[in-house]
Design a protein around this ligand. Sequence first.
Ligand SMILES: Nc1ncnc2c1ncn2[C@@H]1O[C@H](COP(=O)(O)OP(=O)(O)OP(=O)(O)O)[C@@H](O)[C@H]1O
Length: 401
Amino acid sequence: MTTIETAPQAASPSGDDVPVLEARHVTKHFTVHSSPFRRGPRRVVHAADDVSLALYAGRIMALVGESGSGKSTFARLLAQLHPVTSGEILYRGTPVRVKGGASFRAHVSKVQLILQDPFGSFNPVATIARTLTRAVRIHHPKADGPAQRRIIDDLLAQVSLRPARQFTEKYPHELSGGQLQRISIARALAADPDVFLADEPVSSLDVSIRLGVLNLLRRLVEERGVALLYVTHDIASARYFAEDTSVMYAGQLVEAGPSETVTQKAAHPYTQLLIASAPDPSRPDEARPRDIGQPPSLIDPPSGCRFHPRCPFAMERCRTDAPPAFALEDGQWAKCWLYADDAEAAERRAENAVAYGLGAVRPAGRRIPTGPDAPTDPRKSTDARTSPDAPETTDTKGDQQ
Ligand SMILES: Nc1ncnc2c1ncn2[C@@H]1O[C@H](COP(=O)(O)OP(=O)(O)OP(=O)(O)O)[C@@H](O)[C@H]1O
């Protein structure tokens, strides 16, 4: 059974109906050997299974999940750094099929990946000027020397690194992590992209400078109208930073919706576990959820719902049948049998409401149409608001470390 797992329904600020970048039913299986000498049986890692997600201009989508859930793989599929096993990637509604040099360069100029470790993504023996000149030459081949320097100055100004001369003659090791991450964003801007895929962009930075880099990204999204995928394991940051949040578990999306709804009224027990596990100084230690296991192996993922071995609310069907997506209120959806419209699910929802202090028991959801021909526009396919049931900050200049 193919289910539609999509991004939330909120429209892009531009009102543009076509996502800038979209994944439809994307699956990635890596084949690995059981021994380092390429002997023994081959195994398949189910890194992403039937993932659909849309990115809109001027909008931030958070992709949240534990380590190993497949977030980076998915970002790399969108960047076309890995070929998909099945499904398709669309840029402005047109399927992208990168076959080699020219088509890959064309995609990269529109879709830029920003990585977690800025130190690892720079040549340690090249000055910042040299690194940026290389990027400018690729994307502005007609610019002569003085024009290249003007472009570099402008790129550094856009990431609030002024005066440019203070940075261009330095080597990566002479800069802080925050400054280097800003420079990697400036390098990405050289391509004048429509999409940023930011894979844990602040995880390796000191807590004190994370906000400055996130504010910078937010300002660029607003000023330039780029679409941003924010890959993170930190669901708390998703609430403040991203309009929309999608939650990934064991290679599959399990919940999505407006960030405020997903983080304040999490529907899937996995999302609830992520939120309850997030550091919260106001919560006493005894109120933290007990550890109920580890993510499964993606070589042999559990049958049915992949979360069922860890789920305190699992029912018999969860062990055998993969849940469809159920549309809830406010454009939220969850792939979880708790939202089925029957007595057993209602009883478990009541237990869930008590366990997570939800106040009221949530109503059943509306099953989202399934099948390969079902609509993939998230606003059409999962719009609970139409169902009868539905009721920069500015950049911190002082923070350039
Ligand atoms: N090139 C590869 N070959 C084989 N397996 C891979 C490859 N890349 C990723 N994987 C596997 O795919 C799964 C998902 O990994 P991925 O890095 O995408 O997860 P993640 O959610 O981004 O985790 P993290 O936050 O730790 O990076 C893991 O089991 C990983 O070992």
